[in-house]
Design a protein around this ligand. Structure first.
Ligand code: FAD
Length: 530
């Protein structure tokens, strides 16, 4: 069963090796776990529902607890402390677009707000019910999980939008196709959620972000049904897909989506190269992407991230052999690890690998083969389970991300890292700040930062620490011309910073769109724009 107050399936554990614990203690001190509320305690605190009965709406306390928060640090702190100040009043499980449409009338009559719910993996507060007088109906899309049609000639697949990653891929793979969209939350996140948050999968370099994959579909809204036809391209005015992408449930509910699919590749391998220094590594990665080498992913870790990954990996003997080999080749303490994917036909993979390695060798990169890459691929969706393990040891793990042009990448990394290190008082620090570039473009790159900090003695103080870190990083991003989000979206946590990149007129245009599709303001209030 899915954990109600943590990540993932509760039968899956991600133990860390002993040396990983000592590594963390050495870097940031010993963590002390906080006491946690039990599910029974939380269930007792759920207030009565304010919604009238409806055949599609469930009102049990457990359903309401399981849908009340996502996966951000404030979400975890609320769930784990049991101090939850708002719950949805009911959870609807529609199976068709007509049923979704009928829920709008039901909610309007009941004076309720609606929160569309995909997999509940949001990390920025997208699915938190607003506190207040108005009842809240959460619409869980999990029953709408079917492949509706596959047009093999045009390589277009239509899905009901509540389909989660594994189900979507299984239905396509059975017919020899893939969407190729693999966010790290793949196990639970859904097609509708990806579209609503402008998600980016780990192999976006080959397959594109969800913006490139989403070809058209159906948006059910309080004002009616918007049908977006799937053209290969169109010059017929503004593209309506763009207003659905990133709408975060504010305009309506995506019930069906057509996506661009690809034949399953003949071969896929992930390779690892170690560079002696960050600058040589980043220059090589930029060159590879600007040269148009058709790699399927590039993930470059900073020196500290590389060191930490190796420390947390276990396999002490293998890692120590690797370290010796690298030292002998002149790649030492400042080494940066690049993981890259080569996907396609056997022949094209051979050529691509050769071209990529030629560039990486010029940056003094040492290719260590594909064994580590295979291990990474086997556990790529298990890594989020590490958050549970570290939490149990008294450490919180948060992630934040931005994107900027190449000229600005190094400065941005320095500014965010230094803002984070300066954000906590001596009680709260030190912290571990781990940076990598994972979605790279010819014009620039995303910057993804994982922050590991000790939880405090109380939940209130832990939340205060998180707020200090989040505010410092967000201010640094905005001040240095970065987007407030490359892939996680806006939700509640990034909303205060949105105007910095959209401007007054831009925010007014987004609000006007919300008014058009949702004239009575019932859709996911408080998220994206206020
Ligand atoms: C461990 C972890 C790893 C992650 N890795 C990545 C990553 O690699 N790349 C990435 O992009 N993101 C990542 N995320 C963030 C998150 O998974 C994405 O934002 C994802 O797209 C959310 O999908 P979901 O189905 O869970 O949506 P939810 O969390 O349920 O909802 C998110 C937003 O979408 C809206 N929404 C959901 N379904 C619909 C619909 N059918 N119609 C209209 N609106 C809808 C909701 O109202 C809400 O505003 C990660 C999160 C976690 C916890």
């Amino acid at each position: 069963m899915r954990r109600w107050n943590g990540w993932g399936d509760d039968t899956i554990l991600y133990p860390v090796p002993r040396n990983a614990s000592s590594y963390l203690i050495e870097k940031i001190g010993k963590g002390a776990p906080l006491p946690e509320a039990t599910l029974d305690e939380v269930l007792l605190a759920v207030p009565p529902s304010r919604l009238p009965e409806h055949p599609l709406v469930m009102q049990s306390a457990e359903e309401r607890v399981r849908h009340c928060r996502g996966q951000s640090i404030p979400d975890w702190l609320a769930l784990k402390s049991g101090n939850i100040d708002s719950f949805p009043d009911g959870i609807a499980y529609p199976s068709t677009t007509d049923e979704v449409q009928s829920l709008f009338s039901y909610a309007e009559k009941a004076g309720a707000a609606i929160i569309p719910y995909g997999g509940g993996t949001s990390v920025v507060g997208h699915i938190t019910p607003e506190k207040g007088e108005r009842p809240v109906l959460t619409v869980d899309m999990s029953r709408m999980n079917r492949l509706v049609s596959l047009d093999e000639e045009s390589r277009l697949a239509a899905f009901l939008a509540g389909v989660a990653g594994p189900d979507l891929e299984a239905q396509l793979r059975a017919k020899g196709y893939t969407l190729g969209h693999f966010p790290q939350s793949f196990e639970f996140s859904t097609l509708g959620g990806w579209i609503a948050t402008r998600s980016s999968g780990q192999q976006s370099l080959r397959y594109g972000r969800i913006e490139q994959l989403f070809a058209g579909g159906l948006l059910a809204s309080p004002a009616g049904l918007l049908e977006i036809p799937a053209f290969p391209a169109s010059a017929a005015g503004p593209d309506l897909r763009e207003i659905v992408l990133g709408a975060e449930g504010r305009l309506g509910i995506v019930t069906e989506a057509k996506v661009r699919v690809t034949r399953l590749p003949e071969q896929e391998r992930f390779h690892i190269v170690f560079f002696p220094h960050w600058q040589e590594a980043i220059d090589s990665v930029r060159e590879a992407v600007q040269e148009g080498i058709p790699l399927s992913m590039l993930r470059l870790g900073s020196a500290l991230e590389t060191e930490t990954q190796l420390a947390l990996a276990g396999h002490e003997r293998v890692i120590s052999l690797l370290e010796r080999l690298l030292t002998w080749r002149g790649v030492r303490t400042q080494k940066c690890m690049l993981l890259f994917g080569v996907t396609g036909t056997r022949a094209s993979c051979r050529i691509t690998l050769r071209r990529a390695l030629r560039i990486f060798r010029l940056g003094r990169g040492i290719h260590v083969g594909s064994y580590g890459g295979r291990k990474w691929a086997e556990s790529r969706f298990l890594i989020p389970y590490l958050r549970n393990t570290l939490w149990d040891k008294g450490y919180a793990v948060d992630t934040l991300e931005t994107a900027t042009d190449w000229q600005n990448v190094n400065r941005m990394v320095e500014e965010i890292e230094s803002a984070l290190h300066g954000a906590l008082d001596t009680e709260g620090g030190p912290i571990l700040v781990l940076t990598h570039l994972s979605h790279v473009y010819p014009q620039g790159s995303s910057i993804y930062i994982t922050v590991i900090f000790r939880t405090a003695e109380t939940y209130e103080e832990t939340l205060r620490r998180w707020k200090g870190l989040k505010t410092a990083a967000s201010k640094a991003i905005v001040k240095n011309r970065g987007t407030i989000s490359h892939q996680h979206g806006v939700g509640i946590d990034h909303a205060p910073y949105l105007a910095a990149e959209k401007g007054r007129l831009g925010i007014a245009a987004i609000k006007a769109m919300c008014d058009t599709f949702d004239p009575h303001g019932i859709m996911n209030p408080g998220k994206l724009v206020r």
